[in-house]
Design a protein. Structure first.
Lengths: 551, 197, 193
């Protein structure tokens, strides 16, 4: 029996998971058009390596990683690239972002296999990470951090590798279904990750509301004899948060502002492990994932969805929503984002599509219309899993005192929504914290820009001073040279130079010799030039036309 | 009487000497407060405050000659930060200095540029690339939007354009005031603010 | 030993110099807007109070009493206090120019802080010895700092709270100070005498 610990706070939520976990998962229907954003991860956007009009195969690389912290993008199906343009993407702002748009041909032709790994244990960890990076694998738990970077111990000793199968948010069952159907593959992926990190121990943590998944994993571990432990943790939201799961399984807290690797732990999602397995064993890049479609749809279920599938297609495939839509959420009810249109594609970080309508009320964190004054009850502080003081952060954000907000460790807030959920005045607390965080980041960016501008200004003043001094020094030297009398040779040289200048001036002063006896062709040319000059003079006095604006 | 005068007199002299020694020992060079004020100012070097640059304005504030609400590019943020630093009350921006505008950068219309270098000499942060009789162009990432280059251009080819806002520069909007703080106007349910979930 | 502990408890809690004796209210109200400035002021005043209590005792004991000049107590104590404050001002200016700028006029105004002169005179009135004067001065300073810091913390929170229009600013600050004073008066009877 593995000893379990507790984290302070958290809330117990109604699960709403039975509907979507009743039937097995099947692949979603191939959409006619795939929209693949260049940035489906944390880090620099990927750079396209194909052009419009190219024919691509399933799994082909279409955009390479932009930076060290970045991930490549692969075509989810075979077809033709029709555009590399801006398209709405799943983002709270609703702003478009650059995407590669592919029209599928329905044939799903795979690209030829490039790699064959017989035994992953023979690979060096760096080679394994290379494969994972080339496969475009990012954290499928929701954050989307490039997995290859997170599988690099970077000199630390990794005591424990945790696989996060907790899935604490209501409605979402994609990880549960993955474990029920592909427990062996997830286990294999875990062992590959352990090899990459050289971790000592492995634990898979899953909430105790998933008995079937637990059974599946337990059986596979017993059958294969893998040195892995699967542990059931109590169903409290947000146990699925990386830092919270570490605390429950080990009792250790990740230091404020730090990462789990600082205490020798690494946490990955079960979906990421599955993707690692497929990449190493079958040379298949990350092009699809399990997505839960739940809420106000006729048949809530999980589907294996290709990236780039528009969300609207998935909802229709699940029977659609026949009631007045209130909100379309990508993610869970606590941490998801409201979408502006159902044309946005499913991306690597999409775990759930939740439809909220008048007929199906989703228990959400608060909305501003019902907010009442804060009564300082302290429920929020009791519920916070990170041991912060939401009440203080709320008051100071309201007063726009961002220094004090930072003093209360706002950057350790995981935006889980527990405080929001328990607030009796229904204040939308998470909205305040998100606003505070982005304001602080914006202020820091401005400060950096201002510091840079100051440096440039100071250097400019220094440069002008230096030029003035140099000029003065040169002047003095010349004057000294001239006043010292100089030799006759020099005087002669100066005289010759002055003669040349006079001659040049005389030559220039002479009138132009070609104004008489003009041919008609020459006259026409002169009139054309005159006309052009007048036209340009007129244009220069007209206001700037807006078409010239670059933006 | 005499003893009183003598006692106090000697006391006074002793203390005077002590203070004199302390004044020399703890002498403060320069004025680090100016640096702290300068660190808050946005370094646009535009001169809208009435001083030729941000550092002279900072020095004026430290000397108590200038008020803290004269910086339009800094806007309310800077006024509040200065008020906090100096323990004064924040005031609204002085209208005579200018108004707070959204961030802009300069753009040179290259087909009209004649390569005269007058704008290069005007730019306080050297954000214009070019040389005599060569094409001039603005280095967008370094431009502070001070607008000092627009006036000197003899062919009027420089225009201020707003900075392009993309996903990277997007900020979460401030939560709107809750119902009990809004004036009780009409009762139609307010439209859901974008991404307010 | 217990005598000094009693003096400390008495000056810090029971007979708190600000909330029970109502001395030193000017910096108490004026510097308590922000916690950082309040802490700075508290440290400065502690230094001044303790040092001037000791120096005042010494001046009184070895200059005024032998020469029969007790009637010069007030003026000579003020002289001592002014010198100590000047010295403190110079040190603060050197070590923390921001604190110097923020405290502003309140730093030299410690000279006129009735708590400082009050402690010096109370020491005389209560006929304290050298160590007792020192502990009394230090205790009064600790009491002053405690209350100043508490009040500043509360004012910071009140500043961002939903105070009704009529009460904003000094009004709610004074009401809070009054409530704190009543709370501290609850310590009466904790120590005999």
């Amino acid at each position: 029996m593995h000893r379990l610990f507790q984290f302070k706070g958290g809330v117990v939520l109604k699960e709403h998971k039975k509907d979507s976990s009743a039937i097995p998962v099947r692949p979603a229907k191939l959409p006619p058009r795939l929209i693949l954003p260049l940035k489906q991860h944390i880090g620099a956007p990927a750079e396209p390596v194909i052009s419009v009009g190219d024919k691509v195969l399933k799994g082909q690389l279409i955009a390479r990683a932009g930076d060290a912290i970045s991930a490549p993008v692969h075509a989810s199906s075979s077809g033709t690239v029709v555009a590399i343009a801006d398209h709405p993407v799943p983002h709270p702002s609703g702003l478009p972002a650059p995407c590669i748009i592919i029209d599928t041909d329905g044939e799903e032709r795979w690209r030829p296999r490039e790699r064959n790994v017989f035994n992953f244990a023979d690979l060096k960890p760096a080679e394994l990470r290379e494969i994972i990076r080339d496969a475009g694998i990012v954290g499928l738990g929701g954050a989307g951090f490039p997995a290859a970077v997170k599988l690099d111990p970077q000199g630390h000793e990794v005591e424990l590798l945790i696989l996060n199968g907790a899935e604490c948010e209501p409605y979402i069952t994609c990880d549960e279904m993955l474990l029920r159907e592909h427990a062996l593959e997830v286990l294999a992926g875990l062992l590959m990750m352990r090899h990459a990190l050289n971790a000592k121990r492995c634990i898979i943590g899953i909430e105790n509301n998933k008995p079937k998944a637990f059974r599946a994993l337990y059986e596979e571990i017993r059958n294969t004899g893998a040195d892995v432990e699967v542990v059931e943790v109590p169903t409290i939201y947000p146990t699925g948060g990386e830092k919270q799961l570490i605390q429950v399984l080990t009792g250790k807290e990740v230091p404020a502002g730090g990462l789990p690797i600082d205490i020798g732990m690494v946490c990955h999602n079960v979906g990421t492990a599955y993707a690692v397995y497929r990449a190493v064993e079958f040379d298949q890049p990350l092009i699809s994932r399990y997505v839960t479609i739940a809420g106000s749809v006729a048949h809530a279920r999980n589907l294996e969805v290709l990236f780039g599938t528009p969300v609207g297609n998935l909802i229709e495939e699940c029977g659609g929503n026949r009631h007045t839509l209130r909100r379309l959420i990508m993610g869970g009810p606590m941490m998801g984002i409201a979408l502006h249109t159902d044309a946005v594609p499913v991306v690597k970080t999409t775990n759930c599509v939740l439809v909220e309508s008048a007929m199906h009320d989703v228990p959400l964190p608060s909305r501003n219309e019902y907010a009442m004054p804060c009564i300082r009850c302290g429920n929020c502080a009791n519920a916070c899993p990170v041991n912060l003081l939401p009440q203080q952060m709320y008051w100071y954000t309201r007063a726009r005192d961002f220094d004090k907000v930072q003093d209360y460790h706002i950057f350790d807030c995981i935006e889980c929504g527990c405080c929001d959920y328990v607030c009796p005045s229904q204040i939308p607390l998470v909205a305040y914290y998100r606003f505070a965080k982005s304001e602080i980041w914006a202020q820091e960016a401005e400060k950096r820009a201002a510091d840079l501008a100051r440096e440039r200004h100071q250097f400019r003043e220094f440069r002008l001073e230096r030029e003035k001094k140099e000029r003065a020094a040169r002047h003095k030297k010349k004057r000294r040279a001239v006043s010292k009398g100089g030799s006759d040779d020099k005087k002669a040289a100066i005289q010759a130079a002055m003669e040349r200048v006079r001659a040049k001036k005389a030559a220039q002063d002479s009138a132009p010799k070609n104004i008489d006896n003009l041919t008609p062709a020459q006259q026409a040319q002169i009139e054309e030039a005159d006309r052009r000059r007048e036209q340009r003079a007129k244009e220069n006095h007209t206001p700037m036309s807006t078409e010239d604006s670059p933006r | 009487m005499l003893s009183a005068l003598l006692a106090l007199g000697i006391l006074g002299v002793l203390f005077g000497l002590l203070l004199g020694y302390a004044a020399i020992r703890y002498k403060v060079e320069g004025d680090p407060l100016v640096d702290k004020i300068d660190a808050i100012l946005p370094q646009t070097q535009c001169g809208q405050c009435g001083y030729p640059g941000c550092r002279p304005y900072a020095e004026a504030i430290a000397r108590d000659e200038a008020d803290i609400n004269r910086c339009p590019p800094g806007g309310e943020t800077v006024i509040i930060a200065l008020a906090d630093l100096l323990g004064r009350d924040p005031k609204p921006l002085d209208e005579t200095c200018g108004e707070e505008k959204p961030k802009m950068v300069a753009y040179i219309h290259e087909e009209l540029c004649i390569g005269c270098t007058l704008c290069i000499q005007a730019c306080p942060v050297d954000a214009i690339l070019g040389a005599a009789k060569q094409m001039h162009t603005i280095i967008e990432s370094e431009c502070t939007g001070c607008e000092l280059c627009v006036a000197p251009c003899p062919v009027d080819c420089i225009e201020m354009v707003p900075v392009k806002q993309g996903l990277d520069s997007w900020k979460w909007p401030a939560p709107p005031p809750p119902p009990y703080e809004r004036p009780a106007a009409d009762d139609d349910p307010a439209a859901e603010p974008a991404g307010a979930h | 030993m217990t005598e000094y502990a009693l003096i400390l408890i008495s000056t810090v809690l029971v007979n708190n110099i600000v909330l029970v004796k109502f001395l030193g209210l000017c910096p108490f109200m004026g510097v308590s807007r922000k916690l950082e400035t309040a802490t700075g002021m508290a440290l400065a005043t502690t230094f001044v109070l303790t040092l001037s209590a000791i120096c005042s005792y010494l001046v009184n004991e070895f200059l005024l009493i032998p020469l029969d000049l007790e009637y010069l107590q007030t003026i000579s104590f003020i002289l001592v206090i002014a010198v100590v404050v000047q010295f403190t001002e110079m040190v603060v200016h050197k070590t923390s120019p921001v604190l110097y700028q923020v405290l502003g006029i309140f730093l030299p105004l410690i000279t006129t802080n009735c708590a400082v002169l009050g402690v010096a005179l109370l020491n005389v009135q209560q006929q304290h010895g050298f160590l007792q004067s020192a502990v009394y001065g230090f205790g009064a300073a600790v009491g002053f700092s405690l209350v100043l810091v508490l009040f500043a913390a509360m004012r910071e929170r009140i500043a961002v709270a939903d105070v009704p229009e009529a009460f904003r600013g000094p009004a709610i600050a004074l009401i809070t100070a009054g409530l704190m004073s009543m709370a501290f008066m609850g310590f009466a009877g904790l120590v005999k005498g």
